[in-house]
Design a protein around this ligand. Structure first.
Ligand code: A2P
Ligand code: 11C
Length: 338
């Protein structure tokens, strides 16, 4: 029989995309339940030809539910995911709450699908900027062994959630109307600006977003020897994270060889034709499933170096789609039981 599926955080930017992705991929559910906070209980969210009525999430919400896709923030996940697991439900969690827990697999289906095998109820969905980077790096690591990665990101406001999408929209309108833009979500104005701070400051003056990229990459790739350093930046883009990635390999590699490997890699689309001014951009990645890679070129300042430009829809492959792909993998492997 088909599983009963709950989406926790169904009114949010990622939750809505989870519902859309379940629908688009025809995920075999006998019932889909939309959960959010008491604030939105009774409101409707679109699903298939109709709507779902949002219910307040409580510890009892998961009775009879087989699979829950969570995207309701870290604190909410910490509180409710254990109740879901206790009810016999498998949780795929999009927050950062459980990712580094040694008992919780952190999974990108193109990279480490077999890690779902050892789940004990919760499977973590990685951070969006980590997901798109490892989808492109894994096939290169398999071929030439990565020593070191230097990544700088250009991240869309949708990564912060619905309120930040509204903030960029509002600030742009206010500025065009000669009104002082209101700053509510971010520490500074985001319209016509770049903020070299994503999430809170953490270890050694790195932001938590940077720490996530470093630690999650090692866990997903299953290789602590890959050194990663990151600078993560918020830019005034609505959908689609971009990344400039400099990679140093153990073995010699040319840009042409890397292009050939990436063009065969699952989940990757090479879009790289400088002569025709073809390279990935957020406006083309938005709404798409693939991780787009371009500007593939040799870095002659180190041995075996490459530069890449990686773009993906942070709400789809970076969040909702990856979570649904994990659910599909669980179903295929018969692992939809705690
Ligand atoms: P709500 O809309 O009722 O506040 P986003 O990341 O776009 O900000 O969305 C966050 C999602 O998490 C929303 O669906 C939000 O519901 C939900 N959420 C936040 N806090 C809670 C909570 N305490 N219980 C259940 N859902 C929550
Ligand atoms: C951003 N990457 O763009 C963040 C959003 O750890 O799941 C996702 C935060 C997380 O702001």
């Amino acid at each position: 029989s088909k599983p009963v599926v709950a989406v926790a955080g169904a009114t949010g930017a990622v939750g809505r995309e989870m519902l859309k992705t379940l629908e688009q991929r025809d995920f075999p559910a006998s019932e889909v339940i939309a959960l959010a906070s008491s604030r939105s209980a009774g409101t409707k969210v679109p699903f298939k030809d109709g709507e779902l009525t949002v219910r307040e999430m409580t510890p009892e919400s998961f009775k009879g539910v087989d699979l829950a896709l969570f995207s309701a923030g870290g604190a909410t996940s910490k509180t409710f995911a254990p109740h879901a697991v206790a009810s016999g439900c498998v949780v795929v969690d999009n927050s950062s709450a459980w990712r580094m827990d040694p008992k919780v697999p952190l999974v990108v289906p193109e990279v480490n699908p077999d890690d779902v095998d050892w789940h004990t109820g919760i499977i973590a969905n990685p951070n969006c900027s980590t997901i798109q980077m490892v989808v492109a790096l894994k096939p290169l690591h398999d071929a030439w062994t990565i020593k070191r990665v230097v990544v700088s990101t250009y991240q869309a406001v949708s990564g912060t959630g619905q309120k930040a999408i509204e903030e960029l929209d509002r600030q742009v309108r206010q500025m065009f109307n000669g009104i002082d833009p209101e700053v509510k979500v971010y520490p500074h104005r985001i319209a016509f600006n770049c903020l070299p701070q994503i999430d809170v400051f953490s270890l050694g003056d790195y932001t938590f977003e940077e720490i996530k990229m470093i630690k999650e990459t090692a866990k997903i790739m299953g290789d602590e020897s890959i050194k990663v350093t990151a600078t993560t930046v918020r830019v005034p883009v609505f959908y689609g994270h971009s990344e400039s990635v400099n990679v140093e390999f153990e073995k010699p590699v040319t840009a042409g060889e890397a292009r050939a490997v990436l063009s065969q890699a699952p989940g990757v689309q090479v879009y790289d034709n400088p002569g025709e001014k073809m390279y990935p951009m957020p406006i083309m990645a938005a709404g798409e499933d693939e991780v787009f890679v371009g500007r593939i070129r040799q870095d002659d300042t180190v041995d075996n170096g490459l530069n890449l430009w990686i773009v993906a829809d942070n709400i789809r492959k970076g969040a909702a789609l990856n979570a649904v792909q994990i659910a599909e993998l669980l179903l295929k492997k018969g692992k939809l039981k705690v």
